[in-house]
Ligand binder design. Sequence first.
Ligand code: MG
Length: 393
Amino acid sequence: MTGRPQTPPHAHGPAPYAAADANSRGRQFPEERPSYRSEFQRDRDRIIHSAAFRRLEYKTQVFVNHEGDLFRTRLTHSIEVAQIGRSIARALCLNEDLTEAIALAHDLGHTPFGHAGQDALNACMKEFGGFEHNLQSLRVVDQLEARYAEFPGLNLSFETREGILKHCSLADARRLGPVAERFLTKQQPTLEAQLTNLADEIAYNNHDVDDGLRAGLIHIDALREIRLFNDQYEEVRRRHPDLVDRRRIHETIRRMINRLVVDLVETSQANIAAAAPTDVDAVRAQAAPLIGFSDETRAANLELKRFLRTELYRHYRVHRMTAKAQRVIQELFTAFMDDPRLLPPEHQDYTRKLESEQGLPGRARAVADYIAGMTDRYAIAENRRIFDPATTS
Ligand code: MG
């Protein structure tokens, strides 16, 4: 990170308001302490060893996985969020391990085909409680990863689970219990959860600019209307007039990320200093998050987000892909709902189990779990296996 040199108030150790093993609310199923790791390191390690984490490699956000090898996938996105998040956490003397765990897990519940897939599955699940990727990420780590002998899911620490659950409706919060309590009591999550949320935003806005330019879906001339981009672009042109385009773009994006991170760190430091929380409970009791951008940077960031929404996410080529993806998901959902015997045996058993407990909504939830777990290419192949008579099942 470049910028003004900082002298954090707790340069020689974690801040008293940082999350720590000692102030953690613990795990749902009590376990012995790890021998050589912190509790949050253990969380991170369990996330990395999960099947859902490996599948992130073949899931996308804006572009479909087979469009090109250089585009971000959810795996590289999650790693970028972890990198940005850890830099911020370290600068603020917060818990880097917790930040990393939340960052690596935050997208585990995403469907294939990014937001298009989520919208399609949510529409399919409309009568059965809906589908929301944040809730699904929590469901993955709490229930769906069946890997450990002594507990269901990954049995992660409260603070990691709380950080994964970024948003939640009041109805869902009532159903979910302690992990969602803050939505009912209007409390804040840990500073680590707050910063990871914004690290996510910094990562995707910037890599979508990069991927969008590479794909030829957005253009430099249009981006130069956007302050956040243009300020850095002009600076790079002034300092390095002879750079080739690709390198100039990368240098511009690097500087955009840096500007956002520096602003976030400095604004948050000031917020923390003003609120002077003495511990994590004091952080939770704040009326608003303490981690945030300055007003000016928030406005500039919003301008970039709006630009990406209209120019990239609604581009007709992205929309064609989106429409195809929605059809793939909708067809799969209808087929499995109408005839669960089309499911692979272990998912049939799981579907029968949920259906015997909850009736038809249970069947729908099991089908949604199966579809949400698919990678882009698996969903396409499965759709072909079910609907194309010439494809072997
Ligand atoms: Mg994300």
